[in-house]
Design a protein around this ligand. Structure first.
Ligand code: FAD
Length: 301
């Protein structure tokens, strides 16, 4: 089994995930998770805002199978919206539909999302639906399309490894979109496996949305992609208000600050909460060197 597959299978292991939460098996995850609770994450966001960096905040959790857990997550996100609003933070929401009950019942999930998007809309806050693995993709797009009939403060993510991504980006060109390479294990029937093919598609999608779309969040740590985007926006006179670079909390902090100093809009994806295990394992899956980032900090404390 390849290392990537090994970590992805660990990310989906419920027993280990629960044990990790229960026994505080933190493995240094605190360096890439911005806090255990609302109060702690607000402090982290404030610090980033002071450096001229916006945030998208994710209350960690996914693949929920109990209604009560999904409702608890919804309540937490509503409280987060309140906090962003009352503390006047430069931040918006990222969420995973499977945390809000997508695997239980789509109507139940839709109602939860509706409540969140409606409340965020009242507070002038944007909500982004993270894109999960392919079985959940069309349902996520369908719920988004339905919500966009009433609200314009909601968008999603386009994954460049998927063959269908060009059609999807065209379909949602009037939305604010985050474009990424894609983080899950998908089959060759539906997804590019070759890194170069993914990178080429990634750049084409970014260029398309920059020139035809509403607002583009370019979410990557890849300096080659970032440098290409800088060159492209210069060539096509794309104003800096029309796009941002997004990076994950704890990753390439130097680059985050450097981009902000150069005058680009930078937004950091800030996860918080107890349910960090799946997120953490996917990060190890896609870049095993990430383990260095974590272990070095654990042992150098
Ligand atoms: P990679 O392909 O991992 O790396 C390319 C090159 O970049 C590396 O070879 C190295 O040279 C350089 N590099 C990368 N990381 C580092 C580092 N830490 N330090 C130094 N150099 C580095 N995926 C989804 O499927 N759905 C989502 O909703 C989603 N949301 C995301 C939101 C954000 C803000 C980000 C940043 C990613 C998100 N992803 C999401 C994950 C994404 O799909 C990729 O899996 C992930 O970002 C890894 O790809 P990459 O473009 O960062 O570069």
């Amino acid at each position: 089994m390849a290392l990537r597959d090994f970590f992805i299978s660990l990310s989906e292991n419920e027993a280990i995930s629960t044990a990790a939460q229960n026994y505080g098996f933190k493995l240094g995850a605190q360096h890439i998770v911005a806090g255990a609770n609302l109060q702690e994450v607000i402090e982290s966001v404030r610090t980033l805002n002071e450096q001229g960096i916006a945030c998208t905040i994710d209350n960690l959790g996914e693949f929920v199978t109990e209604e009560a857990t999904a409702i608890q997550a919804k309540d937490e996100i509503l409280a987060l919206i309140e906090a962003i609003h009352s503390e006047q933070l430069n931040a918006h929401i990222s969420l995973k539909p499977s945390q809000l009950g997508l695997d239980i019942d789509i109507d139940f999930c839709y109602d939860n999302l509706h409540e969140i998007v409606e409340h965020a809309n009242e507070c002038g806050i944007f909500v982004n639906f993270d894109m999960e693995d392919s079985p959940r993709l069309q349902m996520t797009f369908d719920m988004l399309k339905e919500l966009q009939k009433s609200f314009n403060n909601v968008g999603t993510v386009i994954q460049a490894y998927l063959h269908r991504a060009k059609g999807d980006i065209e379909n949602f060109k009037d939305s604010r979109l985050r474009v990424v390479k894609g983080a899950y294990k998908e089959s060759e029937e539906i997804a590019y496996q070759d890194q170069l093919e993914i990178d080429i598609n990634f750049l084409e999608l970014i260029e398309y949305h920059l020139t035809h779309g509403l607002f583009t969040s370019i979410a990557t740590h890849d300096h080659n992609i970032i440098n290409h985007v800088k060159y492209f926006v210069e060539q096509y006179n794309i104003p800096k208000e029309k796009f941002e670079f997004q990076l994950l909390y704890g990753f390439r902090k130097d680059l985050q600050v450097e981009l902000a100093r150069e005058g680009y809009q930078v937004c950091v994806y800030v996860p918080y909460g107890e349910d960090w295990y799946g997120y953490f394992m996917r990060l190890l899956a896609e870049r095993p060197q990430n383990i260095n980032l974590v272990t070095k900090r654990v042992f150098n404390k």
